[in-house]
Design a protein around this ligand. Sequence first.
Ligand SMILES: Nc1ncnc2c1ncn2[C@@H]1O[C@H](COP(=O)(O)OP(=O)(O)OP(=O)(O)O)[C@@H](O)[C@H]1O
Ligand SMILES: [Mg+2]
Length: 266
Amino acid sequence: MNTLALKTAHSSHAAARHEEGADRTAAAVGAATLALDARGVEKSFGKGAIRTHVLKGVDLTVEQGEIALVMGPSGSGKSTLLAAVSGLMRPDEGEVIALGESLWEMRQKALDRFRLKNCGFIFQGFNLFAALTARQQVEVVLKYGGQSPAKRREAAEKALSDVGLSHRLDNRPDRLSGGEKQRVAIARALAKRPRLIFADEPTSALDGENGQIVMQLLRNSAKEQGATVLCVTHDARLAAFADRIITIEDGRITSTNADPAQFAQH
Ligand SMILES: Nc1ncnc2c1ncn2[C@@H]1O[C@H](COP(=O)(O)OP(=O)(O)OP(=O)(O)O)[C@@H](O)[C@H]1O
Ligand SMILES: [Mg+2]
């Protein structure tokens, strides 16, 4: 009976996968490796004559544990793409399956919970709270994760030490340099050990050495904790840390596996 039930379940599952527009959520879970699967993502801003079509039908997949870089000229739609596939900004068209869940079919509360639980964000512009010290910036996100105060403190100190900021724990943003602020934002994103890490120019304010440290941390998150990293950058030096380079131009993906040599520094 069990065998029959299994067979039936299996064949109906397989049949469903072959149907036009079949449940890709189940397919992604079945494959067990795709952490991100976005199809046909479109986004425009503005109205009428000033309407700009920024994403023109983007397909993007990232495997679990993979570090994918998105590279492309300024204004090509990189940040918009990151926002659409991370659940921050609803696209006009298309579907995004993240960790087997269809993000834009979720209710807002469920989506907020999903992001809180699974996603770490490193933004252009850092988004630090002016009133909080470096340590508190990290502790506050761990609080939402339900950790005890002692554990939060310990994890925050470890995350800040990882980015070389043990000596800046009690500084507020106005007493931090641009690169230090960026490193606090990175510590904050990584401290909760998210399964999905979205980074937008994570090394833009960092010198070569700190840029390398940060990329190594992202690599460790992927290779030791199985996190999936989608990282937007202009910085050709980061190509060495990536598993795959995706290029985008004028709202369209131009390569899903570009040759890193193309980005080697001259
Ligand atoms: N909220 C918005 N309203 C109107 N236009 C927008 C908005 N956000 C982005 N755009 C436009 O969409 C285009 C792509 O922007 P996006 O920020 O995605 O580019 P990018 O590739 O990240 O560029 P950069 O490398 O300079 O950060 C730009 O032309 C920008 O002006
Ligand atoms: Mg951008």
